[in-house]
Write a protein that binds this ligand. Structure first.
Ligand code: PEP
Ligand code: MN
Length: 260
């Protein structure tokens, strides 16, 4: 179902007035929702800088059990309130069947993270919701496994899937992950589904986000997802890869020609 052979025309996924696959889109926001004040500051800035969709994690699948795990439902309530205030669609990650119910309730788009790309019970449950899905590539998933995960979601009854390349594990240790842009170009050939890239998780270093965002758009990505924080040094998660407002503004100016 995900293949171009099955459907030649590019699929366009609508998220509250944002047409992913038609226009190049920007999803941005902090890694995690930390407070209403933080989300208000960030959303007000992003709204003024042409961001299409606001992101913020409420359930954080952290590598360490001692790291901040997210505000859970309280975080979703904040995200929902701020999304309405600034008239921006919102996306947040579901990590389990229980959180899926809540994310589907409060958000316009449901994110399935890299760590859950092969959680087939969770993927099958997405058919019960009509909301569009942002499916991230598993950190050790082949392109075929990535597409098969999307196939699970579509066969479950939800055909609104946007793919996201977020970097894979390689022998390289300089970066957190290796952003695999061949995946973007290959999926544009193999599939009719839109695919965006996440250079924040894909590199793990804020200085690399701008060049890799440009490269993502240049190789055909339908958009990018960028982590932005008002004060990255104080971020409760992923501060090292988050852009501050100044860097994000520069990024937006420089990628403007690539958004056509
Ligand atoms: C995220 O986007 O917040 C996230 C946790 O990303 P990933 O699942 O790609 O690690
Ligand atoms: Mn993050």
């Amino acid at each position: 179902l995900v293949s171009r052979e099955n459907k030649g025309k590019n699929t366009i996924i609508q998220v509250n007035g944002v047409n992913i696959g038609e226009e190049k889109i920007i999803i941005a926001g902090p890694c995690a929702v930390e407070s209403e004040q933080q989300m208000d500051t960030v959303a007000s800035f992003l709204k003024d800088n042409k961001v299409n969709i606001l992101r913020g994690g409420a359930y954080k699948p952290r590598t360490s059990p001692y790291a901040f795990q997210g505000l859970k439902e309280e975080g979703l309530i904040i995200l929902n309130k701020i999304g309405k205030k600034y008239n921006m669609p919102i996306v947040s990650e579901a990590v389990s069947l229980a959180s899926l119910e809540l994310v589907a309730n409060y958000c316009d788009m449901i994110q399935i993270g890299a760590r859950n790309m092969t959680n087939y019970e969770l993927l099958k449950a997405l058919g019960n919701y009509k909301k569009p899905i942002l499916l991230k590539r598993g950190m050790a998933a082949t392109i075929e496994e990535f597409l098969t995960a999307a196939e699970y979601i579509i066969t479950s009854g939800n055909e609104n899937v946007v793919l996201c390349e977020r970097g894979i594990r390689t022998f390289e240790t300089y970066t957190r992950n290796t952003l695999d842009l061949t995946c973007v170009a290959i999926i544009k050939e193999l599939s009719h589904l839109p695919i965006i890239a996440d250079p924040s998780h894909g590199t793990g270093r804020w200085e690399l986000v701008k060049p890799m965002a440009k490269a993502s758009l240049a190789c055909g990505a339908d958009g990018i997802m960028i982590e932005v924080h008002p004060d990255p040094y104080k971020a409760l998660s992923d501060g090292e890869q988050s852009l501050n407002f100044t860097s994000f503004k520069t990024l937006m100016e420089e990628i403007n020609p690539l958004l056509k």
